[in-house]
Design a protein around this ligand. Sequence first.
Ligand SMILES: [Zn+2]
Length: 56
Amino acid sequence: MSANRLVAPSSCRHCGLDRHEHFGRWITGAGWHTFTPPDQTLIKARMLARRAARTP
Ligand SMILES: [Zn+2]
């Protein structure tokens, strides 16, 4: 995943795809997986990243 693509805080912890469009997915690293909710640490990190991206 590229660094400048922001994902929803609650999207898949492995690939960042939303739950409703996930189904099964293969990515380098995690391999074939189904939607996996992120833990609180990852949600917080994503929120901070989105906030930082909005700041000029
Ligand atoms: Zn995923």
